[in-house]
Each structure stands twice: as structure tokens, then as C-alpha cells.
Design a protein around this ligand. Structure first.
Ligand code: FE
Length: 147
């Protein structure tokens, strides 16, 4: 899937993109990186970038940008906010996934039930996160499969 125009290299390594001044609905995204035979991929690189709750990317700094690595069981845990909407797109979070010494998988994650999904030319329902309400925001899961 397209990387889009807002990728920026050299993001900080961190599992929480929440900064003190951030606004919006808290989102905890967890899941696994797996091989096609369902074996976990440890130390897989996951790079995330997204718009803030008003639909704006931080192109000057690294707000809502970061990367992390899966643990020995192939699990990851990201704390962020629900992305905001910007013209021409539905809600989405950009992701790049790379197993150690593997190819980079560039993709996007989507939010179930958003009415803009129908009109977004890039939307793919295979990339819908599973999202549920939590006490202080949303809990989402998504598993990535890489070669
Ligand atoms: Fe985008």
C-alpha cells in the first residue's frame, strides 16, 4: 500500500506516541507479527506515523511518529490516539513492518465502522483493526503476516 506523502525517516524508538500536549481519544494498539506458518517474528521493526485528532501530520517534528520492535514472542504494544480525518481519506494509521533482514511491508490500518471507508480509494477491509471501547479510550488489535 502507498506510503503517502507524510513519511519521515529517523523517528524515535518508543512504544508510546502520547506526548503531554496531545489531545484526542487514547488508542492502545496491540498484536503480533507472524510468518506465514504462524511462527512469531521477534525483533520485527514496526514504524508508525499518523495524523493528530484534527487530521494534521507533524512534518516539522516527530509528534505521533515512532518505531518499536516486537518482543521474543512477536508481540507489539503501541499507545497512541485515534487518528483524525483529513480531506480525501478515511481514518488510517500508516505502518511499515520489517522482519529482521526482511523486506519492508508498507501498509495502513483502518477503523471499522467509519463512514468514510466506503469512499476512500485506498481502503481495504483486510486492513481493519479490531477496535473495542476501553475505560479511557479504545483498545485495538491487528496481526501482521510477513514472508
Ligand atoms: Fe495519511
Amino acid at each position: 500500500m502507498t506510503e503517502g506523502p507524510y513519511f519521515k525517516s529517523n523517528s524515535p524508538e518508543r512504544a508510546a506516541l502520547l506526548t503531554p500536549d496531545i489531545t484526542g481519544t487514547k488508542l492502545v494498539l496491540t498484536g503480533n507479527v507472524l510468518k506465514k506458518d504462524c511462527q512469531p517474528v521477534a525483533r520485527a521493526l514496526l514504524e508508525f506515523w499518523q495524523a493528530d485528532d484534527k487530521g494534521a501530520y507533524d512534518n516539522a517534528g516527530y509528534t505521533l511518529r515512532g518505531h518499536l520492535f516486537t518482543d521474543e514472542a512477536g508481540r507489539y504494544h503501541l499507545e497512541t490516539i485515534m487518528p483524525g480525518l483529513y480531506p480525501g481519506r478515511t481514518l488510517h494509521i500508516h505502518v511499515e513492518v520489517q522482519a529482521p533482514n526482511g523486506l519492508v511491508l508498507t501498509t495502513q490500518l483502518f477503523v471499522p465502522g467509519d463512514p468514510h471507508n466506503q469512499s476512500d480509494p485506498i481502503f481495504d477491509q483486510k486492513l481493519l483493526m479490531t477496535v473495542q471501547d476501553a475505560v479511557d479510550g479504545k483498545l485495538a488489535t491487528f496481526n501482521f503476516v510477513v514472508n
